[in-house]
Ligand binder design. Structure first.
Ligand code: FA5
Length: 342
């Protein structure tokens, strides 16, 4: 049997050397390597041998099989290239599935908003996520020890000012970039600022420690509340459809005066009341107001000459509404099953 194996090996390699085209190769494969080929037949007969011989010849047979298969594949590659009219393609093999990625839902909404605002002449501005305490709070009319700081607790970085107060914070909102853009570009100014924010929250289905906002600021002569209202109406119609209505209710934000909460009619029930709007018919979407004179001054703009409007959407919450996501924590979970289905 040992001789038989060596003879098959020699014969196979000889025929392979002489093979000219893919048809020759198929014949060789059938005769020696197929299930009913000569090599398989010898291997099948091993079962009748003693345990010791079976072990010895079994190993030899396997090594020869591997060697012949490798030589066969090598020759197939070479002949496949030469024989260019007959490239070896096995059409019975399943195709290779290529996974396609897609944009994160928050990015989709961010881009939609950016498109809308750039079409209205706004620039897109950016600012640091690790922000100074001054820009995040003080420049926005929230001085140290002011009770309004309690509304937005954050993560402080261990770096101190000369007076011992903590200097750097993970920004709690995109509003610090209002003052940064005012200082950079002056007035008049029309800018939107998308970005990631952080808060030290007891997280729940609607509150995450890391989330996205979409800020807007517009400064010019005679900017008033009507400008703010009409701008927010345009956004509501773009996001939720042409019948969407806006209502604005007073809310305290230290950096705007008057400050308010913008609510849109619920896109799901169109104001009738449902589980998404908790039966109120309205969805709280945006904080907004007219820029406080102190904030204009912090940005180097004279409030006697200019006035401004500002707003801040919760971008993550918008994505939750648009895609019917009922737990904000899913966005940061890294769970591909969640991200792929959106
Ligand atoms: C602010 O952050 C203000 N800077 C918004 C603003 C800008 C007001 C300009 C006036 C002028 P507020 O804390 O309400 O406001 O947050 C705004 C939105 O961010 C909320 O409506 C909500 O949609 C989103 N948000 C706030 N905290 C979280 C959180 N922990 N998780 C997810 N989204 C949040």
């Amino acid at each position: 049997m040992k001789n038989r194996l060596q003879a098959i090996r020699a014969e196979f390699l000889d025929k392979l050397k002489q093979a000219q085209n893919l048809d020759n190769l198929r014949e060789i494969e059938l005769k020696y390597l197929s299930r009913k080929g000569e090599l398989s037949e010898v291997m099948h007969n091993l079962k009748d041998l003693s345990l010791e011989l079976k072990k010895e010849l079994g190993e030899l047979a396997n090594n020869i099989k591997k060697e012949l298969e490798n030589s066969f594949e090598e020759t197939k590659k070479i002949i496949g290239i030469k024989d260019d009219n007959k490239v070896f393609v096995d059409i019975t093999l399943p195709g290779e599935k290529v996974d396609r990625g897609h944009l994160n839902p928050i990015t989709v909404i961010q881009r939609e908003m950016e498109d809308l605002f750039t079409s209205l002449g706004f620039i897109i501005a950016d600012g640091p996520e690790l922000e100074s305490d001054y820009f995040n709070f003080t420049a926005l009319n929230i001085p140290p020890l002011h009770p309004a700081r309690d509304m937005q607790d954050t993560f402080y970085v261990d770096s101190k000012n000369s007076d011992g107060t903590l200097d750097l914070v993970m920004r709690t909102h995109t509003s610090p970039v209002q003052v940064r853009t005012m200082k950079k570009f002056g007035a008049p100014l029309k800018a939107v600022i998308p970005g990631r924010c952080f808060r030290n929250e007891a997280t729940d289905a609607r509150h995450e420690h890391t989330f996205y906002q979409f800020e807007g600021i517009m400064i010019d002569k005679n900017i008033n509340f009507a400008n703010l209202k009409s701008l927010l109406e345009i956004v509501g119609k773009k996001l939720f459809g042409p019948n969407t209505k806006l209502r604005m209710r007073p809310k305290f934000y230290p950096f705007v005066e008057p400050g308010n909460n913008g609510e849109y009619t619920c896109f799901l029930c169109e104001g009738k009341g449902c589980r998404v709007c908790k039966n109120t018919g309205w969805l709280e979407i945006v904080g907004a107001g007219l820029v406080h004179p102190d904030v204009l001054r912090a940005g180097g703009i004279d409030p006697e000459q200019y006035s401004g409007l500002a707003f801040g959407f919760g971008l993550t919450r918008l994505a939750m509404l648009k895609y019917g996501v009922n737990d904000v924590r899913a966005f940061n979970s890294g769970d591909l099953k969640f991200l792929e289905q959106i």
